[in-house]
Design a binder for this molecule. Sequence first.
Ligand code: AMP
Length: 609
Amino acid sequence: MEYVVGIDLGTTNTCVAIVENGEPTVIANKGGYRTTPSVVATSEGGRRMVGHLAKRQLVTNPNHTVYAAKRLIGRKWSSPATDAARALVPYTLVEGPNGDVRLEVQGDVFSTAEIAAFILQEMRLIAEAHVGAPIDRAVVTVPAYFNDNQRQATKDAGRIAGLEVIRIINEPTAAALAFGFGKNLERKVAVYDFGGGTFDISILDIGDGLFEVVATSGDSFLGGEDLDQRLVEYLVETVEEGQDIDLRGDRMAMQRIRDAAERARCELSEQTEVTIDLPFLHTTATGEVHHLRGETVTRSQIEDLTADLIERTIAISEQALVDAGLDKSSIDDVVLVGGMTRMPLIRRRVAEFFGREPCLGVNPDELVALGAAIQAASLSHETEEVLLLDVTPHSLGIMIAGGYLHRLIEKNTTVPTKAGHVFTTTRDDQTSVKILVLQGEHDQAVDNELLGEFILSGLRKAPRGQVQVDVSFAISVDGIVSVSAKDLETGHEQTIAVTATSGLADDELERLIRESNAYMVEARASEELARRRRQVERLMGDVDGLVPRVREVMNGTRFGREALAKVEGVLHRGERELHVGDPRSLSEAMESLERAQSMLRGIAERSGR
Ligand code: AMP
């Protein structure tokens, strides 16, 4: 059987799920956790760490640990979001060869797609350990408000991780799918999805087994990290005022403050007051030691510090309703997704805004992955087909004379969709036309996201206005843009890749895929070794436990003595193989242990013990 998983690749945490016996289920990682931190680090020895292991050493190793990389995926070096991220993260950002953003860790430079691939690969290993078979295909979710560059980069991340991403779906849509799964709903649902790095709102019309998104909106640079930053600033200023020291240049101190700020913010969801203690926070060149001691932060303080950010999500929700042409009162259910929705102020404001309490019994950390798994099962025909109609979050257009955006596909159009535009030459003997493809809502072309520019060349020389080229723009069901052009006179057609995707050139992508395959072979082998070790260890425990019973009844007999001596030998061998064994010798040890186990059991049973 071929397994296809659903992966919610989050800014802060990542979650993998699968449909088993018709039921969507979250797969826990080796540590038993149902979500894995989206954190990647490199040890001094160059070993890759992903998840809890990487997060645990974040405070002591901030320069070599990457978190929240999703905020940068598919971004250009020149984008304002890159500047904003630079101020937030302790690791170093550098410009990539294609104007993309890269991350420097331990002297190695990684693309954002590569970092995302490391996380996807970890999820693949987690899922493989669960099903006991290779996983090669997945449905991966992205924030609904992700633009084409960000979606392309996510798809590249899947390719690097050795996964065929059979569909990219929007996080709130996935959440709605899981929410409505098997319930035969006829309702209008608002999914408010606030995570560590992004905010999305989608309005869906669910009925007759069809999940139709009517409008979506969001901000792909608004999340828990921004709220944390407010508290970090507050704490840094407190130290500055009280102790006359600026901690902003001390990376480790800043990381400890950030860590404490997030923890405090989460605790304030349950408590009304917390105390932050950070001893030995900073030592000056002259040896003067600074601490942050007994700093009390109250729930109302954190609410005051972050209220405007939460109001931004409400304004965006209002816009989504306007785009959907719906009144708040026509929304039947409000579903909260993303860790941030545990914050009492958010729950309160959302309830006030929609005039109803959000649905209970929904796990905000798992719903998106479950929805992705449902879609994965449906696409691989394991369950009934799920009918899903999603929309494009941004308008798509081209730059026209005067530097304006000419919209060809409006935001909130159902995907897949297509639009055409006929270009004519504007100069005599013009043999090429340059087309700039943009995504966004601003009238001035420069204010929108440039997806790519391409040149249609080889046009026939003719007086201006005579040559016509029909360019068609398409947005796939994954929300990914493609462009093709046709010379209307000759019928000659060409398809153009809109963008350099994640900033990775083809040969670089191929190299990364090769490296990742090699990593996967190694990781699988070491997982297999660990699995066999666990089996040997468990069997040794069982056999060890049977020995005293058998000794009691058989020790006096020659047969008993010989049997026990043999068992002793088998246990010794097991012990040795645990330390030095390869998969084959561990398997052999396992077989001997199984034989010993059944012999001892037989003796014990026959003697009635
Ligand atoms: P997600 O991206 O959905 O995994 O959400 C992660 C974000 O949710 C992080 O910014 C966390 O700090 C935040 N978060 C998780 N639990 C809580 C909580 N109990 N109260 C407030 N925020 C939380």
